[in-house]
Design a protein around this ligand. Structure first.
Ligand code: C2E
Ligand code: MG
Ligand code: MG
Ligand code: MG
Length: 288
């Protein structure tokens, strides 16, 4: 009896697996078509300077308006894109779209783009970025590329070479989700990053975990001794903001400052619609 139950369970299990694999294949096929069909969109989330609350830039975050499944978030399709090599086409689309849109903003805010570890292995990445900058007219200093610690796990020499060549173009490089990878410190040691972004899992625990607070403090102090500005991600409460201010964190990003929002170019908007920092007037919002 037990044996039969086991066999049935195994059978259900493998049927679920098959279904999951088929579903991922369908999603990959849809994504391949969707990129060309213009189904991807960018949302922009503001980054504010701690010193005066001014907006200093926006991070581009990709969304996918799937014809049947509706609006999908990166967590729903980035992994699938990486499994199928589609991440290169997706990343190139994001780079191009973000640069062309930012070039049209009324104010020269910086724009940050997330780049997958696989994309950083691509030999044509740097010439592609160069071409996009020339064609969009965006000043290289306004583009910031965010990579995670995993970006240096594959062929590290090739990743570093691409990062150096990007930096030589005048593009800035940020270390994203800092503290969550396996070798955070050696990653920092391998390349001179222009910014370190503290992962929101640490920020989330401020005022709940003295341990997490100490880690945030240590990251800020590490960044400052390296001469690298620190951005805190996922700031949701005034308490977190106050703590980060006391600790000398340089920039903040999170729902408290502003949510990721779509810019509707067709509505005639040339700047992100609502970069609202609590207590700030519009004319106080500064250039990057
Ligand atoms: P990330 O680069 O760390 O981006 C920040 C994520 O945190 C975004 O999620 C953002 O919506 C979310 N977030 C921002 N502030 C808060 C907050 O106060 N509270 C909470 N709970 N969440 C907050 P999103 O847009 O779902 O993106 C998730 C991840 O997907 C990104 O993490 C990034 O790693 C990846 N991703 C997004 N766009 C792209 C892209 O164009 N290319 C690649 N390769 N990856 C992307
Ligand atoms: Mg999300
Ligand atoms: Mg990011
Ligand atoms: Mg992050």
């Amino acid at each position: 009896r037990a044996k039969r139950g086991g066999r049935n369970a195994a059978c259900f299990f493998s049927r679920d697996m098959d279904e999951a694999i088929r579903d991922r294949r369908r999603l990959a096929r849809d994504l391949k078509k969707g990129i060309d069909a213009g189904e991807l969109r960018l949302s922009y989330q503001p980054l504010a300077a701690m010193a005066d609350g001014r907006i200093v830039g926006f991070e581009a975050l990709v969304r996918w308006q799937h014809p049947v499944r509706g609006l999908l978030q990166p967590d729903d399709f980035i992994l699938v894109a990486e499994e199928n090599g589609l991440i290169i086409a997706l990343g190139n689309w994001v780079l191009k779209q973000a640069c062309f849109e930012a070039a049209k903003w009324e104010r020269p805010f910086r724009v940050a783009v997330n780049l997958s570890a696989l994309h950083l292995q691509d030999n044509s990445l740097v010439s592609r970025v160069h071409e996009i900058l020339v064609n969009s007219g965006l000043s290289p200093a306004r583009l910031e590329i965010e990579i995670t610690e995993s970006a240096l796990f594959l062929d590290q020499a090739r990743a570093l070479s691409n990062l150096r060549r990007l930096k030589a173009l005048g593009v800035r490089i940020a270390m994203d989700d800092f503290g969550t990878g396996y070798s955070s410190l050696s990653t920092l040691n391998a390349f001179p990053f222009d910014r370190i972004k503290i992962d929101r899992s640490f920020v989330d625990e401020i005022s709940r975990s003295p341990q997490a607070e100490k880690i945030v403090r240590a990251i800020v102090s590490l960044g400052h001794s390296l001469g690298v500005p620190i951005t805190a991600e996922g700031v949701e409460t005034e308490t977190q903001l106050e703590f980060l201010r006391r600790e000398g964190c340089d920039q903040v990003q999170g729902f408290l400052i502003g949510r990721p929002e779509h810019i509707d170019m067709h509505a005639g908007l040339v700047a992100p619609s609502s970069p609202i920092v609590p207590g700030l007037e519009d004319d106080q919002i500064a250039q990057a």
